[in-house]
Design a protein around this ligand. Structure first.
Ligand code: GRF
Length: 273
């Protein structure tokens, strides 16, 4: 328990405000699928590129912390634990990104609540330790989550990423990693929360949808938005084609956000559109 308390005090995010001397404000931007790690500072409302439908905006420049305050380096990366339940294409995006020499995060643990899923194989191929913790084997959610928490703490995880993890988390888990759990959702939050976001967006008839990377709170796909990317809906789209288009964006956005956290570019205040 003492170990848990000690770790929960360690936030990967820079403290709010302009701590220290702001030498250089950095931002991450995506233009035409290219990564520009240190784009010029964005002004409020900038960063929406209609060609790529990538939406990016900072509502407060003090949310962007200069690189000199970044706490992580490639030699001492942000330690990321990934929870999965299925295919793991977002996990793969994180694994691929983390192979860059300049990357400041490392996936150190992958845990699935379902045995035999492809995400586990992806992790094993990258030599990342995996574990299966089946929720069905526990009588209470608390017991299940305590096991998850202990496993993640065992790998000294700084940030937990939910990459297609199909379980709601209780305050027990949230308290163990305060402001350090990130989820990717296949819709532009707060629209279409839940497990059928793509289907619901199609059914509603929206012309633009997208994906959201956000901090996790007790709600269903709620929590502070860190970044969003917009995706067009075309005539004749079905759930599969639209999901594919959204996931292409997720695979770009999620690693960028985790890298942004590791570099101290994204505070727990996050970004908003
Ligand atoms: C993603 O589309 C994500 O938005 C949602 O679950 C899906 C997981 O896909 N939360 P994958 O397992 O990463 O391929």
């Amino acid at each position: 328990m003492r170990n848990l308390e000690r770790r929960t005090n360690l936030s990967p995010f820079p403290k709010g405000g302009t701590r220290g001397i702001l030498l250089r404000v950095c931002a991450i931007n995506l233009v035409a699928n290219r990564e520009i790690p240190f784009a010029p500072p964005l002004k409020k409302g900038e960063g929406c590129n209609s060609n790529t439908l990538f939406v990016w905006g900072a509502n407060d420049m003090t949310d962007l912390i200069c690189e000199s305050e970044a706490t992580r380096t490639p030699a001492s990366p942000l330690r990321v634990g990934v929870l999965v339940s299925g295919n793991g294409s977002n996990l793969q995006a994180l694994l691929d990104y983390s192979e860059r020499r300049s990357c400041r995060f490392k996936v150190v643990s992958v845990i699935s609540n379902c045995p035999g899923v492809f995400a586990l194989e992806r992790a094993q191929r990258s030599n990342v330790p995996t574990q299966v913790i089946e929720h069905q084997k526990f009588t209470t959610r608390e017991e299940f989550e305590q096991n998850l928490i202990q496993a993640l703490i065992g790998h000294s995880v700084d940030v937990v990423v939910l990459a297609g993890f199909m379980r709601m988390l209780t305050p027990i888990f949230l308290r163990a990693f305060p402001n350090r759990i990130v989820n990717v959702h296949p819709a532009l939050s707060p629209s279409f929360p839940g497990a059928h976001a793509v289907k619901d967006a199609l059914k509603y008839g929206v012309r633009i949808t997208g994906c959201t990377v956000h901090l996790v709170d007790e709600g269903m796909d709620t929590g502070r938005i860190l970044a969003q990317a917009a995706v067009p809906v075309f005539e004749g789209d079905d759930e599969m084609t639209l999901k594919g288009r959204i996931q292409t964006r997720e695979h770009l956005l999620l690693p960028q956000v985790i890298e942004g956290i590791a570099r101290g570019l994204i505070s727990e205040k996050g970004f908003s559109v």
